[in-house]
Design a protein around this ligand. Structure first.
Ligand code: PMP
Length: 431
């Protein structure tokens, strides 16, 4: 059919020119031609509800972002060694969302770069090499951050300076939802690691964490987890780095930044993805004190980091999140979505757990609710069938058995119903 010939010629060209380790979504990939709001459209004009793209925070093709980018691109685009007002307007607006003290912004172009720079600074300032992380995290693709990303280094061997700690998973881990001390108990594995390393004369440079664990399977940090870790890190002279690349900018609903849901203030915050609603904008934010100490290591400069178009886009994103009350929408619609998914769990045994914060959720699928055997094959099949239903969702987690749901923050209750009803039909049909 015409459908196949177009897609297959496109796939052949990808096969020739892209690395073969670069996957596509779905066994029969779709050629997307445009997207608006919460919907993609393929080459035949068929719509797909997007529950997958956390980058497009405000929805695809948001008019105000498109206009801000186009206007700035035609007016001035250069690098930040020139002075232009849109950069200072943006840094004022961005740092106003952060706790006092987190005032200095290093603009870069990707989440990987932001984490890479954070680790470089933490290592330089502490004079140490070791880094403590959480198992199953992903922090990016540069050599430095691949070395602290288990899903990457498992292919070449864990560097001896990387120290993974258990995922604080109350569904599967040693301490469950019924244990009010679960957060503190999971935290003690991290603080014990600090102590052990210090006793060996190699106290860590940093503790690097995501404020909600994406790669580990959409795991919400248990209450009381980060606070004791931050206290112990400070005592050991280790820096804390919150990787907000996935969940920052109001997505979690309760707070603008994920770490705020745990009542802590990190030394470094890294951000990207949603920051530019799809245009590359990323940053590392830290204190003036840390920044000045790092200045002794030399100059920081990124050609594209903080360029006028990136700043104009980033500023417009912040304004729209505020004016359209999107953090509030993430809170209310996210809760509504999880309530609806919870109703599905009452009728479909495949659903083992529904969890999340704001519009960042996970539905964990298991073949057996007692043994919690991951339903990995079924999860991928569910996603393939949902695509046929016109809904885009994809698996995540170490066993690839968690549906990751991270739609634009403009997602409505009607969208949540559409998603839940499609999932209901797919699960009802069985296989
Ligand atoms: N940190 C986290 C938590 C991420 O999810 C990602 C990207 N998936 C990155 C860092 C790396 O960001 P980028 O792809 O923009 O380099």
């Amino acid at each position: 059919s015409a459908w196949r010939s177009v897609t297959e010629s496109t796939l052949k060209a990808r096969e020739r020119h892209l690395p073969h380790s670069h996957p596509t979504y779905f066994s029969e990939p779709v050629t997307m031609v445009r997207a608006k709001g919460c919907r993609f459209y393929d080459e035949y004009g068929r719509g797909y509800l997007d529950a997958l793209n956390n980058v497009t925070l405000l929805g695809h093709g948001h008019n105000r972002v498109v206009t801000a980018a186009a206007r700035q691109l035609s007016r001035l685009n250069t690098n930040s060694r020139f002075v232009y007002n849109v950069l200072t307007e943006y840094t004022e607006a961005l740092t106003a969302t952060l706790p006092d003290g987190l005032d200095v912004v290093y603009f870069v172009n990707s989440g990987s770069e932001a984490n890479d720079l954070a680790l470089r600074m933490a290592r330089y300032l502490s004079g140490r090499d070791d880094v403590v992380i959480i198992e199953d995290a992903y922090h990016g693709y540069t050599a430095t951050v691949a070395d602290v990303s288990p899903s990457r280094y498992k292919h070449y061997g864990k560097p001896e300076t990387t120290h993974p700690t258990p995922v604080p998973d109350r569904y599967r881990g040693d301490y469950g939802h019924e244990d009010p001390q679960a957060g503190a108990k999971y935290a003690s594995h991290v603080t014990d690691t600090f102590d052990r390393l210090a006793a060996d004369g190699r106290a860590p440079a940093a503790f690097l964490y995501e404020s909600l664990l994406a790669g580990a399977g959409q795991i919400v940090l248990p209450p009381g987890y980060l606070a004791p870790i931050h206290t112990a890190a400070r005592q050991h002279g280790a820096f804390t780095i919150a990787d907000e690349v996935q969940v920052g900018f109001g997505r979690l609903g309760e707070a603008f930044w994920g770490f705020q849901t745990q009542g802590v203030v990190p030394d470094f915050v890294t951000m990207g993805k949603a920051m530019g609603n799809g245009f590359p904008v990323a940053a590392l934010v830290t204190t003036r004190e840390i920044s000045e100490a790092f200045d002794r290591a030399g100059r920081f400069f990124s050609t594209y980091g903080g360029n006028p178009v990136a700043c104009a886009v980033g500023l417009e994103v912040l304004r729209v999140v505020d004016e359209e009350r999107l953090q509030h929408n993430a809170f209310t619609v996210g809760q509504y979505l999880r309530d609806r998914l919870g109703e599905l769990a009452d009728r479909h045994d495949l659903i083992g757990d529904v969890r999340g914060q704001g519009l960042y959720s996970g539905v964990e699928l298991v073949t057996n609710r007692v043994t919690k055997e991951p339903a990995s094959a079924e999860t991928l099949t569910v996603c393939e069938r949902l695509k046929e239903e016109g809904v885009l969702v994809y698996p995540t987690g170490p066993a690839w058995n968690v549906l990751k749901l991270k739609p634009p923050l403009t997602f409505t209750r009607a969208h949540a119903d559409e998603l839940t009803e499609a999932l209901d039909r797919v699960l009802e049909a069985g296989w």
